[in-house]
Design a protein around this ligand. Structure first.
Ligand code: IPE
Ligand code: IPE
Ligand code: MG
Length: 246
C-alpha cells in the first residue's frame, strides 16, 4: 500500500517518473573532490529515491544512469562508472527483493562490459516475478539510437512480409521501443540545472511534465522528490485539448 507523507496529502502521484540524474561531477568539484566522489554519492540518491518512489506507489521509475554519449568520457571515469554499476547491481538485490521491485533496463545493453551484463541479467531474472514498482535503468541509452533500433526492427518485419507498411502507426513504433508497453513518463525530473533532455526518451516524453532543479543529483533526496511531485500535482495536463466546451 502507498504510504503518503503529510506534505503530499491529496497530491496526485505520477504513475511513471523518469529522472535525468545530472550534476554528480560538479557537486564533487564544489566539495573539493574528484568527480567519482560525486558518482558514489549519487548512488546513495538512487537508493533513497527508489525506495521513496516505491513507498509512494509510483508504478515505474526510469533512471538515466549512463548515456550512449557518456562512452566518450575519459576511460578512467567510464571504468569507474562500470565498476560502480556492477557493485550497485549486486548490493541492491536485497533491497529490490524486499521492496517487491521488478528491475529492468533499457539501452544498448550489449555494449556494456560482460561482467556488468552478467550481474544485470541476474538482477533482472531474480526480480522478474515481483509485482511492485518497475525500476528501469537506462544504460548505454540514447533515444535516437532507440528509435533507429525500432525502425530497423520494423523494416525487418516488413521485409519478412509480416507487416504491411500501410498499417504502421504510433502503436507500432511504441511497440518496438526498448520497453514496449510501458506507459509514457508523467513527470521528468532533471537535476543539475541544465534545461535540456540530452537524448533521453524523446518519443516517450511528448506530453510529460518537466521539472528542472538546480539541485545536484547527490543532494536530490526524499524532500526534493516531494517538491517535484507536489508541483506536478498542481499542473493542468491538457494533452492538446481544452477544459470544457464554451
Ligand atoms: C551525471 O552526472 C552522471 C552521469 C552522466 C553518468 P555527471 O557526471 O554528468 O556530472 P556533471 O553534470 O558533470 O556535474
Ligand atoms: C545526461 O547527463 C546523462 C545521464 C544523466 C546519464 P549528461 O551530463 O551526460 O548530459 P549533458 O552532457 O549535460 O547533456
Ligand atoms: Mg552531466
Amino acid at each position: 500500500m502507498a504510504d503518503i507523507p503529510a506534505s503530499l496529502a491529496g497530491a496526485r502521484i505520477p504513475g511513471h517518473i523518469a529522472v535525468i540524474m545530472d550534476g554528480n561531477g560538479r557537486w564533487a568539484k564544489q566539495q573539493g573532490h574528484r568527480r567519482i566522489f560525486g558518482h558514489e554519492n549519487g548512488a546513495e540518491s538512487v537508493r533513497e529515491i527508489t525506495r521513496e518512489c516505491a513507498r509512494l506507489g509510483v508504478k515505474r521509475l526510469t533512471l538515466y544512469a549512463f548515456s550512449a554519449d557518456n562512452w566518450k568520457r575519459p576511460d578512467r571515469e567510464v571504468a569507474f562508472l562500470m565498476r560502480l554499476l556492477r557493485r550497485y547491481l549486486v548490493e541492491e538485490r536485497r533491497e529490490i527483493m524486499e521492496n517487491n521491485i521488478r528491475f529492468t533496463a533499457i539501452g544498448r545493453i550489449h555494449n556494456l562490459p560482460e561482467d556488468v551484463r552478467r550481474e544485470l541479467d541476474q538482477t533482472i531474472a531474480m526480480s522478474r516475478q515481483n509485482t511492485g514498482m518497475v525500476l528501469c535503468l537506462a544504460l548505454s541509452y540514447g533515444a535516437r539510437q532507440e528509435l533507429a533500433d525500432a525502425v530497423r526492427a520494423i523494416a525487418e518485419e516488413v521485409r519478412a512480409g509480416r507487416l504491411d507498411p500501410a498499417a504502421i502507426d504510433e502503436g507500432t513504433i511504441s511497440g518496438h521501443l526498448y520497453a514496449p508497453g510501458a506507459e509514457d513518463p508523467d513527470l521528468l525530473i532533471r537535476t543539475g540545472g541544465d534545461v535540456r533532455v540530452s537524448n533521453f526518451l524523446l518519443w516517450q516524453i511528448s506530453y510529460t511534465e518537466l521539472w528542472v532543479t538546480p539541485v545536484m543529483w547527490p543532494e536530490f533526496r526524499r524532500e526534493r522528490l516531494h517538491e517535484a511531485i507536489l508541483d506536478y500535482s498542481r499542473r493542468d495536463r491538457r494533452f492538446g485539448q481544452i477544459r470544457e466546451a464554451e
